[in-house]
Structures are given as structure tokens and as C-alpha cells.
Design a protein around this ligand. Structure first.
Ligand code: CTP
Ligand SMILES: C[C@](O)(CO)[C@H](O)COP(=O)(O)O
Length: 231
């Protein structure tokens, strides 16, 4: 990406979750991978990217100060704010959005430390061209719909199914409007693109890879160590 012609881009890294599916006492984003907190691995990817001009890190209220200390300790140099998040991921993103200057913003899960520079660039370029973009990978399994009794009701057409990841890139003003509309409608989505989709706005899928995992359950930690060792 030509940084002289690229737009100003801010990144919101959300890390205010409790990690209940991980089941550890320490929130998963602060667990260590090769002796470094996961959240720092993630922040480093955005810190290194030439188009990212500011970062907002959204954490639990009780974690703001230790995150600021780690940011100093690990030498993150991009302009960065650390703010407390909300009860839902969507609220954490919304609080972050209110701090971003724009015109473009990337939303990223703090527990996806393996995003690459090329993937971040591809998401930014697609957002500039199409308005919004999401990183994703084609699903590898056969996906079936199952009812409450555990009976299969349908097998979905796999060619049209993608597992959606982050980063997701947007025009700041458009994402802010979509969040405010969702609040008015009492709508909560599991990602940010959903908030545009429900308004009929286009979202472009950018093909990423299978390594950009969201660290969610204990076995993901073993795979994360494996990825780091083989990078
Ligand atoms: N109120 C919340 C909930 C989630 N997140 C962040 O959103 C990302 C993706 O969410 P997920 O993996 O579901 O994290 P948790 O909510 O922490 O996990 P769990 O659902 O197992 O509790 C994580 O980086 C998480 O910290 C957030 O910033 N604010
Ligand atoms: C945004 C996301 O990472 C895309 O895969 C995901 O939807 C977060 O959802 P979760 O259910 O809170 O993990």
C-alpha cells in the first residue's frame, strides 16, 4: 500500500471480554504466549503497520493501568488511548469509535494475534473501494442446520459460506451511524459488519487465512504456541 496516498486509518482493538469459554482466572487476552501477553502480540501487528495512525485499546476498567504499563514496557510507539469497555463486545466497539478521528477505522479482536500486515492492508484497500470489508476464510466443514431436538433440518451450500474474522474495516462515520441505529433498535450483533448489513449497506469479503484464529478455548492456546514456533 502506498502510504502517501492511503487514507488516515485508526484501529480499535477490543479486549474488554472476560474469556468465559477459556475458563482461566486471568482473562485470556493477558495470558502469555512466548512470555508476552496475547494483547501485546496483537497490538504489535497494528503498531508495525505503516497506515495505522492511531490505536484505541478497549479493556476492562480494572485493566487500563496494567495495559498502559505493558504498552510502555514493550515499546508500542503508535499514538494509543486505553479506555474501559462495556458489557457486550458491540458496546466496547462503540465506546472506542467515539475516540477515533477517522476517516477509516479497523475493528480487531484483541485475541486474534496472528493477523498479518498484508491482511490489514487488504482490508483497508477493500474498505476504500467498497465502503466496508471483513477478513474471512471459506469454511472447510460441511455445515448443517440442526433443530432443538438435534435433528438435521438442512445442509447449507458450502460454496457460499465463509467464517468471518477480524479485522473489519469501515468508514468511521458510516460505522458510527450503524452503531447508533443498532442502539435505537435494541439490536446486538456478533460482529460490526452485521450492523451495516441490516441497513442494506455493502460489505466486501477479503480472503484471509486459517491461522488468524480467535483464541477462545484452551486448545486454541496450544495451536497459538505452534503458530508462533513455526513463524
Ligand atoms: N464486553 C466485551 C466482550 C468482548 N470483547 C472482546 O471481543 C473480542 C472477541 O470476543 P470473545 O472471543 O467472545 O471474547 P470474550 O467475550 O472475552 O469470550 P467469552 O465469550 O468466552 O467470554 C475479545 O477480544 C474480547 O475481549 C470486548 O471488548 N468487550
Ligand atoms: C467478530 C468475530 O471475531 C468474528 O468472528 C466474532 O463474531 C466475535 O464473536 P464472539 O462470539 O463474541 O466470539
Amino acid at each position: 500500500m502506498n502510504t502517501e496516498t492511503s487514507p488516515r486509518v485508526g484501529a480499535i482493538v477490543v479486549a474488554a471480554g472476560r474469556g468465559t469459554r477459556m475458563g482461566t482466572k486471568e482473562s485470556k487476552q493477558y495470558l502469555l504466549l512466548q512470555n508476552k501477553p496475547i494483547i501485546i502480540h496483537t497490538l504489535e501487528m497494528f503498531d508495525r503497520h505503516p497506515s495505522i495512525e492511531e490505536i484505541v485499546l478497549v479493556t476492562g476498567e480494572q485493566d487500563v493501568e496494567r495495559c498502559k504499563s505493558w504498552i510502555d514496557e514493550y515499546g508500542i510507539t503508535t499514538k494509543i488511548k486505553v479506555i474501559p469497555g462495556g458489557a457486550e463486545r458491540q458496546e466496547s466497539v462503540y465506546l472506542g469509535l467515539r475516540q477515533i478521528e477517522g476517516p477509516y477505522v479497523l475493528i480487531h479482536d484483541g485475541v486474534r494475534p496472528f493477523v498479518t500486515e498484508e491482511q490489514i492492508t487488504a482490508c483497508i484497500e477493500a474498505a476504500v473501494d467498497y465502503g466496508a470489508s471483513v477478513l474471512a476464510a471459506p469454511v472447510k466443514d460441511t455445515i448443517k442446520q440442526v433443530d432443538e431436538q438435534g435433528q438435521v433440518t438442512a445442509t447449507l451450500e458450502r460454496r457460499s459460506l465463509w467464517a468471518i474474522q477480524t479485522p473489519q474495516a469501515f468508514r468511521c462515520s458510516q460505522l458510527l451511524d450503524a452503531h447508533e441505529q443498532a442502539v435505537r433498535d435494541g439490536f446486538i450483533g456478533t460482529d460490526d459488519a452485521m450492523l451495516l448489513e441490516r441497513l442494506g449497506l455493502p460489505v466486501k469479503v477479503v480472503e484471509g487465512g486459517y491461522r488468524n484464529i480467535k483464541i477462545t478455548t484452551p486448545e486454541d492456546l496450544d495451536y497459538a504456541e505452534f503458530i508462533l514456533r513455526h513463524n
